[in-house]
Write a protein that binds this ligand. Structure first.
Ligand code: NAD
Ligand code: WQD
Length: 338
């Protein structure tokens, strides 16, 4: 299949591109590099030994996306092209709604124009909101999101589901990611946040490589075994494999299906730091600080549906997640900026 990766130069998109190519599919990347680098595209080609076609374009630009679909006979779209920083979304809600919702509408309009029938969407565990019990299961009610970023995911899920209801030919797969970390085992592609990282693993690995002095652990008085928050961390390569399965599933399905992509096992912040130290051999200085607004004490996935329907399970261990994150960070201390 020829798969259009909107936002395919980013963290999850680049790893998915590698796994799709290795599985024998072809990819076309569209990215405006607002949060990524063309260097990632070169490295996808280097890892796979396959040429990668990439367009620098804004996915909100209908003419550009339509032209790309005209030039390439696309079988499936994966929509990664979103802004994703939770705190920034609180400060810049309009920018987040504009980018995330417009990209979705533009892709759907162009797919309709060019007869593309399958779309896989990067959703998030954040759509389960603040009120559901864990582990989260796909049938739970969505909503009560704690920030505009989360609401964009909620709304985009709704838009895609409504589009599939109206068009019996359309196949929509909503993938709700838990906490992706890790990198390709080669260390050639990985997560390269701009500025100060918001997320835990890039912060930990930047402390280890000497770019940051210490990690602040946000809260140690949660009702969890060690008092720090617990999350369902998943290796980005497992997540990428989930996309290969989802694309293949989308091609044989109609309507909307939702899948959690997580491991089903939570780890605490302190457990992550300790696992990172064990696997890198580098001490990570940390201090306990106040809780971060909007953080939930803990949550994790029920990933049974993905196993049963897609035949997918996350197989990589926490040690592999830490080892591969470190391998990427130490080879690329400044990310793709090197
Ligand atoms: P990322 O920022 O690394 O990748 C997103 C890519 O989209 C970037 O390359 C960026 O340049 C591109 N992009 C953004 N807006 C665009 C536009 N208008 N036109 C063209 N390109 C555009 O993020 P990621 O971690 O790879 O996440 C991919 C998707 O998965 C996002 O939608 C994100 O919200 C979602 N997601 C991520 C996580 C996570 O923890 N990383 C968790 C759940 C969901
Ligand atoms: C993990 C844990 C923090 C940084 C976010 C989004 C979610 C999804 C994934 C996109 C938490 C703690 C973190 C630090 C810390 N993204 N932490 N010190 O918040 O679970 O999820 O990313 O869709 O929507 O909300 O991930 O990596 O930010 O935090 O103690 O410097 O690490 O409190 O418990 P989170 P995270």
């Amino acid at each position: 299949m020829l798969v259009l990766l909107a936002g395919g130069a980013g963290y999850i998109g680049s790893h998915t591109a590698v796994q799709l190519l290795d599985a024998g599919h072809d990819v076309v990347i569209v990215d405006n590099y607002s949060n990524s680098s063309p260097e990632a595209v070169k490295r996808i080609a280097e890892i796979t030994g396959r040429p990668v076609r990439a367009y620098e374009a804004d996915v909100k630009d209908r003419d550009a996306v339509s032209r790309i679909m005209q030039e390439n006979s696309i079988d499936c779209v994966i929509h990664f092209a979103g802004l994703k920083a939770v705190g920034e979304s609180v400060r810049k809600p309009i920018e987040y709604y504009r980018n995330n919702i417009d990209t979705t509408l533009t892709l759907l309009e162009c797919m309709n124009e060019h007869g593309v029938r399958n779309i896989v969407f990067s959703s998030s565990a954040t759509v389960y909101g603040e009120e559901n019990p864990y582990p989260y299961i796909e049938t739970m009610r969505r909503g009560s999101c704690s920030n505009p970023y989360g609401w964009t995911k909620y709304m985009m899920e709704q838009i895609l589901e409504d589009a599939a209801k109206a068009d019996p030919e359309l196949s929509v797969v909503l993938l709700r990611y838990f906490n992706p970390i890790g990198a390709h085992a080669s260390g050639r592609i990985g997560e390269d946040p701009q500025g100060i990282p918001n997320n835990l693993m890039p912060y930990v690995s930047q402390v280890a490589v000497g770019r940051r002095d210490h990690l602040t652990v946000f809260g140690n008085d949660y009702p969890t075994p060690d008092g720090t928050c617990r999350r369902d961390y998943i290796h980005v390569m497992d997540l990428a494999d989930g996309h290969v399965k989802a694309v293949e599933f989308a091609a044989r399905n109609k309507g909307t299906e939702v899948f959690n992509l997580g491991t089903g096992t939570p780890y605490s912040v302190v457990e992550i730091v300790e696992a990172f130290e064990r696997n890198s051999g580098v001490p990570v200085k940390y201090e306990f600080g106040p809780r971060r607004d909007g953080d939930l004490a803990e949550f994790w996935a029920n990933a049974d549906k993905a196993r049963e329907v897609l035949g997918w399970t996350a197989s990589r261990t926490l040690d592999e997640m830490c080892r591969d994150s470190w391998n990427w960070q130490k080879q690329n201390p400044e990310g793709y900026g090197n």
